[in-house]
Design a protein around this ligand. Structure first.
Ligand SMILES: C[S@@+](CC[C@H](N)C(=O)[O-])C[C@H]1O[C@@H](n2cnc3c(N)ncnc32)[C@H](O)[C@@H]1O
Length: 202
């Protein structure tokens, strides 16, 4: 299914952020585990977080709607690619995900169209093993991009409601002027790390 965001110059974005450090929401979430397991990197982009997780010993499924993102991610994985699986797939067409201990989605879920968000989120939640974690960003109503066609925004209470059945371990709201690869903008971003309740608390 075509997305209104197909017109975005994602390659220009990957070039603009080249050489960046892996995002803290991924580094921190990976560190929450005693040992590496199975991870899904949703909207893997240039592959920086996938590379980090592979180096940390994780098995990774990297998913992105852009073929060029997956090409870059495979290239970034290099010799670690034997622990990498990939999918070129839009969030609006997302098929069932394999079980994972960690699902990361840095700056990607807001690019899911609103009419596809609920079904996409159900698949994401279903993929998380008991005791596993999601670490993701959501955009709020004060964001400069609020109302952009094809994007999904959530108020704070709506973000909290997405994590029914999960224990929220970290919830950070930023509502401030800053920079994007495209220039100055106001960021209204929720960064959430949540753990799916284990079948039986030990
Ligand atoms: C802002 S980039 C973030 C990339 C990377 N996670 C990072 O932290 O820099 C958003 C990524 O989501 C992907 N994306 C955007 N809309 C998508 C959609 N509808 N389905 C799947 N991927 C999408 C883009 O191709 C892009 O790689």
């Amino acid at each position: 299914m075509a997305s209104e965001l197909d017109a975005v110059d994602w390659d220009g974005y990957y070039e603009a952020v080249a050489g960046r450090e892996p995002r803290e929401l991924v580094v921190g979430a990976a560190a929450s585990f005693g040992e590496p397991g199975r991870a899904i990197d949703l909207g893997c982009g240039d592959g920086t977080e996938t590379r980090y997780l592979l180096e940390d010993g994780w098995l990774v499924l990297a998913v992105d709607g852009q073929p060029s993102a997956i090409r870059r991610t495979i290239a970034r994985a290099g010799a670690l690619g034997d622990r990498l699986n990939t999918r070129v797939q839009g969030f609006e067409d997302l098929s069932e995900l394999p079980e994972a201990d960690l699902v990361v989605a840095p700056f990607t879920l807001p690019f899911c169209p609103p009419d596809a968000f609920e079904a996409m989120w159900a698949k994401v939640q279903a993929s998380v093993a008991p005791g596993g974690r999601i670490s993701a960003n959501f955009f709020g109503p004060n964001d400069t991009w609020f109302g952009a066609p094809g994007m999904t925004f959530h108020a704070r209470a709506e973000v909290e409601a997405l994590f029914d059945g999960f224990e929220i371990e970290s919830f950070v709201e930023e509502d401030e002027d800053g920079e994007a690869a495209s220039g100055a903008k106001h960021w209204h971003v929720f960064t959430v790390q949540a753990r799916r309740r284990p079948l039986r608390d030990s």
